[in-house]
Design a binder for this molecule. Structure first.
Ligand code: PGA
Length: 255
């Protein structure tokens, strides 16, 4: 079954105080939301704090990265088993900020995908094209290449219960979200691409959109047949904006 998921990616933002306010506020505002899974991915140092703040709520814990190794002499890294141990469930990999600033390759990201599957965590595999690639009409080629790194090493079955996030790089943090028609078309392309390998997995996979999702454009995404949720950056930092987005998802789901 498709997993309908709205997740906040807090990136390198927050403090103990800010997270306390954010999670307390979200718990209050989102009590009645039942149709969608809601998750929050704080910076790694606050995972345990946020897990405790979320205790007894239906909001799940996510994380923003994972290492490819399970243990050993890898200074500064955090393993999939550690994320599992602390109670995180949805793990972002392949975010364009890591592809760009940390030079993470498609193959390296596929290894992260593999290690998450190995320990039973849910990868959120981010893919998407740059502004120049978009302009050159290469959106589908880029998305296919990023998907193939996983498909060709782990097979389509690895996508079972996983999440793909389509995030055009030019839409991230810019206030310029892609249009509904564009995004729906790319999501359909992604599903069709997986379907060539395994139609059942393709039908069931969750495909989120990310990139300048905000209170103004929130409701539209959830009306599209191949958009199963959103990954929210900037607008997830405030109770008021993130709760409006989650509620928009819930309203469309109910209607
Ligand atoms: P944004 O970030 O909502 O601030 O554009 C989205 C993301 O990078 O996941």
């Amino acid at each position: 079954m498709r997993h309908l998921l709205v997740m906040g990616n807090l990136k390198l933002n927050g403090s103990k105080h800010m997270l306390n306010d954010l999670i307390t506020g979200l718990r209050n505002k989102l009590r009645s939301v039942v149709g969608y899974t809601v998750a929050i991915a704080p910076p790694v140092i606050y995972l345990d704090l946020v897990k405790q703040l979320l205790a007894g709520s239906h909001i799940a814990l996510g994380a923003q990265n994972v290492d490819i190794h399970l243990s050993g002499a890898f200074t500064g890294e955090v393993s999939a088993e550690m994320l599992k141990d602390i109670g995180a469930k949805y793990i972002i990999i392949g975010h364009s900020e890591r592809r760009i600033y940390h030079k993470e390759s498609d193959e390296y990201i596929a290894e992260k995908f593999a290690v998450l599957k190995e320990v039973g965590l849910i990868p959120l595999l981010c893919i998407g094209e740059s502004a120049a690639e978009n302009k050159a009409g290469q959106t589908e080629t880029i998305c296919a290449r990023q998907l193939d790194a996983v498909l060709n090493t782990l097979g389509a079955k690895a996508f079972q219960d996983a999440v793909i996030v389509y995030e055009p790089i030019w839409a991230i943090g810019t206030g310029k979200s892609a249009s509904l028609i564009q995004v729906q078309a790319v999501h359909k392309f992604i599903r069709d691409h997986i379907s060539r390998h395994d139609a059942t997995v393709a039908e069931q996979i969750t495909i989120q959109y990310g990139g300048s999702v905000n209170t103004g454009n929130a409701a539209g995404w959830f009306t599209q047949p191949d958009i199963d949720g959103v990954l929210v950056g900037g607008a997830s930092l405030k109770v008021d904006t993130f709760s409006v987005i989650v509620k928009a998802a819930n309203e469309v789901k109910k209607s």
